[in-house]
Structure formats: structure tokens, C-alpha cells
Design a protein around this ligand. Sequence first.
Ligand code: CO
Length: 204
Amino acid sequence: MDRLAHLFERNRAWAERIKENDPEFFARLSRQQSPEYLWIGCSDSRVPANQIVDLQPGEVFVHRNIANIVVHTDLNCLSVVQFAVEVLRVKHIIICGHYGCGGIKAALEDQEHGLIDNWLRHVKDVIRFNREAFDGLGHAQKLDLLCELNVREQVTNICNTTIVREAWKQGQALSVHGWIYDVANGILKDLHAELPPGAPRAGG
Ligand code: CO
């Protein structure tokens, strides 16, 4: 069995490099984490949360799944959000999608992929909610648009969780952001998808 020794070597070299610059770095972090940001992004290996915003360990609390979806009943995601908002008291929740997302592409096409199709139903719902926006577009444009609309939908979903609603009711300073990342050039874009705190939500 391959014990992946090269990854342990890389790990030791990485830890050494950090300690060279800041000998107390790990000792300090081991005492507590106090990230200001909760990142909800895609599992795609090209979209690593910390690296693309150039943040250190300890600075961003992360939840990733295929196509960065916030499902109303997903206990995994909701538990992350609750811990981040109520215990860590993050100031910002970032929903970050990305162009060229394989999950979004699969949702747009009619091929069957087995179990994951159940997860991607949530993205197919986004198509259904915005049917007319896709009229007359080519496949590539539809794909880009769906990546963006999916972020907007998930921003609405997170704003409608009991956790975020309660935080806003309590007057907690918490912003929600909808961003999209371009894997082709490494650049992030703000979709300005956020809703003002306490604003009425669509359907909610
Ligand atoms: Co993706």
C-alpha cells in the first residue's frame, strides 16, 4: 500500500517554512481559532478557499460540497453554519461558486450519473425557477449563467436558514456575500447577490 510518504514530506517542509517566518504561529493557533469568514464553496480541487483569497490557516471556516449548495435540510451544512455564526461569530458568510463547475454542467445536461443526480436536483430547480433567463442562449452562456444563478439561489437559501434569521433578529453583525471564481484566470467576482439584513425573502 502506498503510504503517501511524499505528502508527509511536503507537510513537514510546509510547517517548517511557516515556523521560519513566525515561530509562534502554530502555538498561537492551537489556543483558539477566530475566523471572520465562513466560506461555502464547491468541492472542486481548483477552488481551494484559503489559497484563492490568500488567507492563512485559522482565518476562514470552510464547508464545501458539489456545486456549493445550501440545502434547507442538510444537517452537515447547517451544523457548520450554526457553529460558525453562533460560536465563532463570523462576520461574513461567503457563498462562492465557480465557472466551469462540473456539478452545474451535469445539472444542465440530461445524462444520468446515479446517486449524485439527487443532489444536483437542487441545481435543476434553479433552472426551473429561472427558465426564461436561459432563452436564446448557447450552451456555454447557459453554463456561466447557471453558475451565477446558483450562487444567488444559495445566498437566498442561507439567508432563510433559522440560524441567519435568528442572528439578524438578535442584531448580530453578519453579512452574506455571493461570489464567483473563474478557474481560467484565478479571479474572483462579487455578484452583489446579498440581501439586506432583515429584508423580506422570496417565498419566505
Ligand atoms: Co464546482
